[in-house]
Design a protein around this ligand. Structure first.
Ligand SMILES: [Fe+2]
Ligand SMILES: [Fe+2]
Length: 316
Protein backbone atom coordinates (compact mmCIF):
# COMPACT_ATOMS: atom_id res chain seq x y z
CA UNK A 1 0.00 0.00 0.00
CA UNK A 2 1.17 3.52 -0.81
CA UNK A 3 -0.03 6.47 1.25
CA UNK A 4 0.16 10.06 0.08
CA UNK A 5 0.28 13.17 2.24
CA UNK A 6 0.20 16.82 1.17
CA UNK A 7 2.23 18.96 3.53
CA UNK A 8 1.62 22.70 3.82
CA UNK A 9 3.17 24.92 6.45
CA UNK A 10 3.89 28.53 7.31
CA UNK A 11 1.23 30.06 5.07
CA UNK A 12 1.23 33.07 7.42
CA UNK A 13 -2.13 34.55 6.41
CA UNK A 14 -1.66 38.29 6.61
CA UNK A 15 1.59 37.98 4.66
CA UNK A 16 0.60 35.07 2.41
CA UNK A 17 1.70 34.95 -1.22
CA UNK A 18 -1.73 34.73 -2.83
CA UNK A 19 -0.50 33.31 -6.14
CA UNK A 20 1.40 30.53 -4.39
CA UNK A 21 -1.54 29.79 -2.09
CA UNK A 22 -3.96 29.58 -5.03
CA UNK A 23 -1.62 27.31 -6.99
CA UNK A 24 -1.09 25.04 -4.00
CA UNK A 25 -4.84 24.93 -3.30
CA UNK A 26 -5.57 23.98 -6.91
CA UNK A 27 -2.93 21.23 -6.67
CA UNK A 28 -4.62 19.88 -3.53
CA UNK A 29 -8.01 19.91 -5.27
CA UNK A 30 -6.73 18.14 -8.37
CA UNK A 31 -4.41 15.48 -6.94
CA UNK A 32 -5.57 12.56 -4.82
CA UNK A 33 -4.08 12.17 -1.37
CA UNK A 34 -4.93 10.49 1.92
CA UNK A 35 -4.38 13.51 4.18
CA UNK A 36 -3.38 17.16 4.14
CA UNK A 37 -1.11 18.29 6.97
CA UNK A 38 -0.77 21.98 7.84
CA UNK A 39 2.04 22.26 10.35
CA UNK A 40 1.56 25.67 11.94
CA UNK A 41 2.19 29.37 11.45
CA UNK A 42 -1.17 29.68 9.74
CA UNK A 43 -1.19 33.37 10.64
CA UNK A 44 1.36 36.17 10.84
CA UNK A 45 0.34 37.94 14.04
CA UNK A 46 -2.62 35.90 15.34
CA UNK A 47 -5.28 38.58 14.79
CA UNK A 48 -8.90 37.58 14.02
CA UNK A 49 -8.81 38.62 10.34
CA UNK A 50 -5.82 36.36 9.72
CA UNK A 51 -7.47 33.42 11.48
CA UNK A 52 -10.65 33.98 9.48
CA UNK A 53 -8.66 33.86 6.23
CA UNK A 54 -6.83 30.73 7.41
CA UNK A 55 -10.07 28.99 8.39
CA UNK A 56 -11.66 29.86 5.04
CA UNK A 57 -8.62 28.43 3.22
CA UNK A 58 -8.68 25.19 5.25
CA UNK A 59 -12.31 24.70 4.20
CA UNK A 60 -11.23 24.78 0.53
CA UNK A 61 -8.83 21.87 1.01
CA UNK A 62 -10.41 18.56 -0.01
CA UNK A 63 -10.30 15.47 2.16
CA UNK A 64 -9.15 15.19 5.74
CA UNK A 65 -6.96 18.01 7.06
CA UNK A 66 -4.95 18.02 10.27
CA UNK A 67 -3.35 21.13 11.80
CA UNK A 68 -1.00 22.11 14.60
CA UNK A 69 -0.13 25.53 15.99
CA UNK A 70 3.03 27.51 15.25
CA UNK A 71 4.73 30.29 17.16
CA UNK A 72 2.94 32.90 15.01
CA UNK A 73 -0.47 31.47 15.88
CA UNK A 74 -0.59 32.99 19.33
CA UNK A 75 -1.37 36.70 19.80
CA UNK A 76 1.98 37.94 18.62
CA UNK A 77 1.82 41.53 19.92
CA UNK A 78 -0.61 41.06 22.82
CA UNK A 79 1.60 39.84 25.65
CA UNK A 80 -1.22 39.62 28.19
CA UNK A 81 -3.18 37.29 25.93
CA UNK A 82 -0.06 35.29 25.17
CA UNK A 83 0.31 34.67 28.90
CA UNK A 84 -3.33 34.14 29.83
CA UNK A 85 -4.89 32.56 26.74
CA UNK A 86 -2.22 31.89 24.11
CA UNK A 87 -4.29 29.54 21.96
CA UNK A 88 -7.83 30.87 22.38
CA UNK A 89 -8.08 32.18 18.84
CA UNK A 90 -6.47 29.09 17.31
CA UNK A 91 -8.99 26.87 19.09
CA UNK A 92 -11.87 29.13 18.04
CA UNK A 93 -11.06 29.34 14.34
CA UNK A 94 -8.87 26.32 13.59
CA UNK A 95 -9.30 23.51 16.12
CA UNK A 96 -7.50 21.77 18.99
CA UNK A 97 -4.00 23.12 19.41
CA UNK A 98 -2.64 19.58 19.75
CA UNK A 99 -3.95 16.04 19.92
CA UNK A 100 -5.65 16.13 16.52
CA UNK A 101 -5.56 12.64 15.09
CA UNK A 102 -6.07 11.03 11.70
CA UNK A 103 -6.42 7.33 10.91
CA UNK A 104 -6.87 5.80 7.49
CA UNK A 105 -5.63 2.53 5.97
CA UNK A 106 -1.83 2.49 6.26
CA UNK A 107 -1.61 5.87 8.01
CA UNK A 108 -1.80 7.12 11.61
CA UNK A 109 -1.07 10.78 12.41
CA UNK A 110 -1.19 12.86 15.59
CA UNK A 111 -0.34 16.49 16.33
CA UNK A 112 1.70 18.01 19.16
CA UNK A 113 2.36 21.60 20.14
CA UNK A 114 5.96 22.84 20.35
CA UNK A 115 5.02 26.54 20.29
CA UNK A 116 4.58 28.59 23.47
CA UNK A 117 2.98 31.96 24.25
CA UNK A 118 5.83 32.75 26.61
CA UNK A 119 8.97 30.99 27.76
CA UNK A 120 11.65 31.48 30.39
CA UNK A 121 14.02 32.72 27.72
CA UNK A 122 14.22 35.85 25.69
CA UNK A 123 13.27 34.33 22.32
CA UNK A 124 9.90 32.77 23.10
CA UNK A 125 9.32 31.94 19.39
CA UNK A 126 11.71 28.98 19.60
CA UNK A 127 10.34 25.52 20.29
CA UNK A 128 9.82 23.51 23.43
CA UNK A 129 9.06 19.80 23.70
CA UNK A 130 7.12 18.39 26.63
CA UNK A 131 8.53 14.87 26.76
CA UNK A 132 5.51 13.50 28.59
CA UNK A 133 3.29 14.68 25.75
CA UNK A 134 5.63 13.23 23.12
CA UNK A 135 5.65 9.86 24.86
CA UNK A 136 1.86 9.85 25.22
CA UNK A 137 1.32 10.79 21.56
CA UNK A 138 3.71 8.09 20.36
CA UNK A 139 2.04 5.49 22.56
CA UNK A 140 -1.35 6.58 21.24
CA UNK A 141 -0.18 5.89 17.68
CA UNK A 142 1.42 2.57 18.55
CA UNK A 143 -1.87 0.68 18.63
CA UNK A 144 -1.85 0.45 14.82
CA UNK A 145 -0.32 -2.35 12.79
CA UNK A 146 3.46 -2.32 12.48
CA UNK A 147 3.48 -1.48 8.76
CA UNK A 148 1.24 1.57 9.20
CA UNK A 149 3.06 4.84 8.55
CA UNK A 150 3.14 6.59 11.94
CA UNK A 151 3.50 10.35 11.79
CA UNK A 152 3.85 13.10 14.40
CA UNK A 153 3.16 16.68 13.36
CA UNK A 154 4.66 19.60 15.31
CA UNK A 155 5.69 23.05 14.11
CA UNK A 156 9.34 23.24 15.16
CA UNK A 157 11.94 20.82 13.75
CA UNK A 158 13.14 18.84 16.77
CA UNK A 159 16.79 19.14 15.72
CA UNK A 160 18.65 21.72 13.68
CA UNK A 161 19.34 21.09 10.00
CA UNK A 162 22.66 22.09 8.44
CA UNK A 163 22.26 24.93 5.96
CA UNK A 164 18.88 26.09 7.25
CA UNK A 165 18.49 29.86 7.56
CA UNK A 166 17.30 29.88 11.20
CA UNK A 167 17.26 27.56 14.19
CA UNK A 168 14.31 25.95 15.93
CA UNK A 169 16.34 25.63 19.13
CA UNK A 170 13.77 23.26 20.59
CA UNK A 171 14.27 22.71 24.30
CA UNK A 172 14.61 18.93 24.80
CA UNK A 173 14.19 18.42 21.03
CA UNK A 174 16.74 15.65 20.71
CA UNK A 175 15.25 13.75 23.65
CA UNK A 176 11.84 14.08 22.02
CA UNK A 177 13.25 12.71 18.76
CA UNK A 178 14.70 9.74 20.65
CA UNK A 179 11.35 9.01 22.30
CA UNK A 180 9.63 9.01 18.91
CA UNK A 181 12.29 6.70 17.45
CA UNK A 182 11.97 4.32 20.41
CA UNK A 183 8.25 4.14 19.61
CA UNK A 184 8.90 3.41 15.94
CA UNK A 185 7.45 6.66 14.67
CA UNK A 186 8.34 7.01 10.99
CA UNK A 187 8.03 10.72 10.28
CA UNK A 188 7.95 14.03 12.12
CA UNK A 189 6.44 16.76 9.93
CA UNK A 190 6.95 20.44 10.65
CA UNK A 191 7.90 23.82 9.29
CA UNK A 192 9.25 27.03 10.85
CA UNK A 193 12.41 27.19 8.73
CA UNK A 194 10.52 28.29 5.56
CA UNK A 195 12.89 25.90 3.81
CA UNK A 196 12.19 22.31 2.75
CA UNK A 197 14.29 19.48 4.11
CA UNK A 198 14.26 15.77 4.94
CA UNK A 199 16.82 14.21 7.25
CA UNK A 200 17.25 11.22 9.55
CA UNK A 201 17.48 11.53 13.31
CA UNK A 202 20.82 10.01 14.43
CA UNK A 203 19.16 8.14 17.29
CA UNK A 204 18.02 4.57 18.06
CA UNK A 205 17.78 2.64 14.74
CA UNK A 206 17.96 5.71 12.44
CA UNK A 207 14.67 5.03 10.77
CA UNK A 208 12.79 8.05 12.14
CA UNK A 209 13.00 11.10 9.89
CA UNK A 210 12.32 14.80 10.25
CA UNK A 211 10.65 16.47 7.26
CA UNK A 212 10.00 20.17 6.79
CA UNK A 213 8.04 21.94 4.07
CA UNK A 214 8.68 25.45 2.76
CA UNK A 215 6.50 28.52 3.17
CA UNK A 216 3.66 29.88 1.00
CA UNK A 217 4.15 33.37 2.40
CA UNK A 218 6.16 36.39 1.34
CA UNK A 219 8.51 35.63 4.25
CA UNK A 220 10.89 33.91 1.88
CA UNK A 221 14.26 32.76 3.13
CA UNK A 222 16.39 32.42 0.00
CA UNK A 223 14.65 29.48 -1.67
CA UNK A 224 11.46 29.11 -3.74
CA UNK A 225 8.09 29.06 -2.00
CA UNK A 226 6.94 25.47 -1.78
CA UNK A 227 4.85 22.73 -0.20
CA UNK A 228 5.60 19.04 0.17
CA UNK A 229 4.25 15.82 -1.31
CA UNK A 230 5.09 12.70 0.69
CA UNK A 231 4.58 9.19 -0.64
CA UNK A 232 5.31 6.14 1.48
CA UNK A 233 5.30 2.48 0.55
CA UNK A 234 6.44 -0.36 2.83
CA UNK A 235 10.15 0.18 2.11
CA UNK A 236 10.65 3.85 1.32
CA UNK A 237 9.34 7.34 2.00
CA UNK A 238 9.73 9.80 -0.85
CA UNK A 239 9.58 13.52 -0.13
CA UNK A 240 9.11 15.95 -3.00
CA UNK A 241 9.19 19.71 -2.53
CA UNK A 242 6.82 21.36 -5.00
CA UNK A 243 8.02 24.86 -5.81
CA UNK A 244 5.30 27.38 -6.57
CA UNK A 245 6.88 30.75 -7.20
CA UNK A 246 4.71 33.01 -9.30
CA UNK A 247 1.81 30.58 -9.05
CA UNK A 248 3.57 27.99 -11.24
CA UNK A 249 4.12 24.58 -9.67
CA UNK A 250 7.17 22.50 -10.52
CA UNK A 251 9.15 19.82 -8.66
CA UNK A 252 12.03 21.09 -6.54
CA UNK A 253 14.31 19.24 -4.14
CA UNK A 254 13.54 15.61 -3.30
CA UNK A 255 14.61 12.91 -0.87
CA UNK A 256 14.25 9.15 -0.41
CA UNK A 257 14.16 7.88 3.17
CA UNK A 258 14.34 4.26 4.27
CA UNK A 259 11.55 2.74 6.35
CA UNK A 260 12.24 0.35 9.18
CA UNK A 261 11.22 -3.23 8.53
CA UNK A 262 8.03 -4.28 10.29
CA UNK A 263 8.77 -6.07 13.56
CA UNK A 264 12.54 -5.53 13.18
CA UNK A 265 14.26 -5.06 16.54
CA UNK A 266 15.25 -1.49 17.41
CA UNK A 267 18.90 -2.15 18.04
CA UNK A 268 20.95 -1.34 14.98
CA UNK A 269 22.33 2.01 14.07
CA UNK A 270 23.46 2.76 10.55
CA UNK A 271 26.36 5.18 11.05
CA UNK A 272 24.37 8.36 10.75
CA UNK A 273 27.03 10.88 11.79
CA UNK A 274 26.44 13.19 14.71
CA UNK A 275 26.70 16.77 13.50
CA UNK A 276 26.42 20.12 15.22
CA UNK A 277 25.68 23.68 14.19
CA UNK A 278 28.22 26.46 14.85
CA UNK A 279 26.18 27.19 17.98
CA UNK A 280 26.79 23.61 19.13
CA UNK A 281 23.17 22.51 18.68
CA UNK A 282 22.75 18.95 17.39
CA UNK A 283 22.07 19.04 13.67
CA UNK A 284 20.88 16.86 10.80
CA UNK A 285 22.41 16.44 7.35
CA UNK A 286 19.75 17.27 4.74
CA UNK A 287 21.92 16.13 1.81
CA UNK A 288 22.42 12.57 3.02
CA UNK A 289 19.29 11.15 1.43
CA UNK A 290 18.75 13.82 -1.19
CA UNK A 291 17.70 12.70 -4.67
CA UNK A 292 17.22 16.08 -6.31
CA UNK A 293 18.00 15.91 -10.04
CA UNK A 294 21.25 17.83 -10.68
CA UNK A 295 19.65 20.39 -12.99
CA UNK A 296 17.11 21.36 -10.32
CA UNK A 297 19.75 21.43 -7.61
CA UNK A 298 21.95 23.65 -9.77
CA UNK A 299 19.07 25.99 -10.55
CA UNK A 300 18.38 26.40 -6.85
CA UNK A 301 22.01 26.75 -5.85
CA UNK A 302 21.92 23.58 -3.77
CA UNK A 303 24.52 20.83 -3.96
CA UNK A 304 23.59 18.11 -6.48
CA UNK A 305 23.50 14.98 -4.38
CA UNK A 306 22.06 11.67 -5.49
CA UNK A 307 23.16 9.53 -2.55
CA UNK A 308 26.05 10.96 -0.63
CA UNK A 309 28.45 8.88 1.37
CA UNK A 310 28.11 9.40 5.10
CA UNK A 311 29.86 12.59 6.12
CA UNK A 312 32.46 12.74 8.80
CA UNK A 313 31.32 14.60 11.86
CA UNK A 314 32.64 18.09 11.24
CA UNK A 315 31.65 19.97 14.33
CA UNK A 316 30.45 22.85 12.17
FE1 LIG B 1 6.85 30.63 9.92
FE1 LIG C 1 7.45 29.38 13.10
Amino acid sequence: MTVRILHFTDVHFGTEDSRAVEAATAYAQENAHDLTVVSGDLTQTGVPAEFEAAAAWLKRLPGPVITCAGNHDTTYYNVAMRILKPWGRFKHWIGPVEGQEHRSPGLAVRTLNTARGIQMRRNWSKGRADLKDFRAAAEALNDCSDDTLQVIVCHHPLMEVLGEPITGDVTRGKQAAAILAEHRIDLVLGGHFHYPFAATYPVVDERTHGVGAGTLSTRRRGVPLSFGVIEADPTEIRVQAMDCDGGRICPGRSWALKRRKPFAPLKERHNEPELATPEGLPALDPTRHETTPPEIAAAQGAPAVAETAPREPTGV
